[in-house]
Design a protein around this ligand. Sequence first.
Ligand SMILES: Cc1cc2nc3c(=O)[nH]c(=O)nc-3n(C[C@H](O)[C@H](O)[C@H](O)COP(=O)(O)OP(=O)(O)OC[C@H]3O[C@@H](n4cnc5c(N)ncnc54)[C@H](O)[C@@H]3O)c2cc1C
Length: 466
Amino acid sequence: MNWVPELERLLPGRVASDETARAAVAGDLSPMRQMRQMRGEPMPMPDAVVRPRATEDVQQVMRFASAREIVVVPRGGGSGVVEAVAAAPGSIVVDLRSMDRIGPIDAASGIVEVEAGCTGAALEQALAAQGLTLGHYPQSIAVATIGGLVATRSSGQYSTRYGNIEDILLALEAVTGSGEVLRLGHPPRRSLGPEVLPLFVGSEGTLGVITRLTLAAQALPEAERFAAYGFRGMAEGIEVMRRLARAGLPIGLLRLYDAADAAHSFGAVLGEVVPGALLLISTLGPREVADAGALAAERIALAAGGDALGAPAAEHWLRTRNDVSEWAQYLEAGVVVDTIECAAPWTRLPAAYTAAAAAVRGLPEVVAVFAHVAHAGSTGASLYFTFGAVPGEAAQATSVHREVWGTLLEAVRGEGATVSHHHGVGRVRRPWAWQERAAERPLLAAVRERLDPLHLLNRGALWEDA
Ligand SMILES: Cc1cc2nc3c(=O)[nH]c(=O)nc-3n(C[C@H](O)[C@H](O)[C@H](O)COP(=O)(O)OP(=O)(O)OC[C@H]3O[C@@H](n4cnc5c(N)ncnc54)[C@H](O)[C@@H]3O)c2cc1C
């Protein structure tokens, strides 16, 4: 705490150390953290918050921190859900949200530069004014920052059309643990040996503070057509989704809900007849392309025995897609609710779904398990579970949460799935993450030694540091 006045003198007007400011940036939106907060448990918080306005400010913080061995936690919107931001006493949080300038935008090439603290929504608004879009629409788009989206290897709701964040990122600037500024990547692409840029995608604040990014923007589509189809069960639905994702169609939205998720999310639109699996699809692009894509998708879905359900369910999804307001009431009532996403090749998805759903439903505390398949690519897709569990006693919430995570991830691993798709590692997923990629660890550790030898950057996230 002694060093705070010195930091304030170094960066006048950019440092806050009052309790309200520190509490506001101490963590993320992970459900278990929210539950602890709702219960009034004392939450750890950093000693100071720095709100940099330029890359040079971030450099100053990193030089200051490395000279004194102070932990630094880069933070964007705090919308993470795996406790990647959990600032401990004695640390500094670097809150990037004051670095939110957009531009320059090279509209003709579709190349946009942006500071790391700009939210996805603000960037989309600026791009839309020029007829452009990143096409990266995470459910948290209003809160999540571009730096955070890159730092977590994010995926958006229209990733089938526009790719994941790694497909959209062209270059970035970051400040390392010792205060060195790195500029990585060059649009549109190049062949100058291995690129270092991808190392920062998913680095979760542990390799550097990302300050500026260069991204690829596409033309906004002229038209979009929505439809929904019902199937007997998930196996049939997944097979149709696979065919659609591999057919070369102009797909925007493509999601498949199991019966429990469909009844919960679309019951009001579907009425009493809820299919065993509900497929939502949109096709987009120039009007003729969107129309032709919709016809081709319908032919594939109907040939596979699908029931045409019209556009209302998909349009309902579009209207409500970012609404998560019901979560707080469950957490307040002591229900352990969370989401777990993983991914599998198409051939493994049905078994991974069946194994995981059965394993989690078998746990005595679990009262609800929903699942949907999304982020479809040509080789596979993400499997996304939402669960609710009621612990016998409030004090067991953390152990029940961990038991569900372990049961589900071990079940999907047993079926050849990866234990994550887009929420990252943080602290919640650490053990399973390193089980899966033990062989890659020495190489990654060597990179970390070079960029942050004192392990000051977001210590405790991603890596199992004390
Ligand atoms: C309701 C809800 C819906 C969500 N939907 C999606 C979704 O559809 N797709 C998806 O991918 N994710 C989703 N998420 C998860 C979350 O929004 C993403 O992980 C997002 O990328 C986090 O961005 P952020 O700016 O909020 O980062 P934060 O939560 O602030 O930080 C997350 C991690 O990134 C690091 N970080 C942040 N900014 C920087 C920076 N400038 N430099 C270096 N490291 C940095 C932090 O240190 C931390 O490790 C959702 C979350 C919620 C709460």
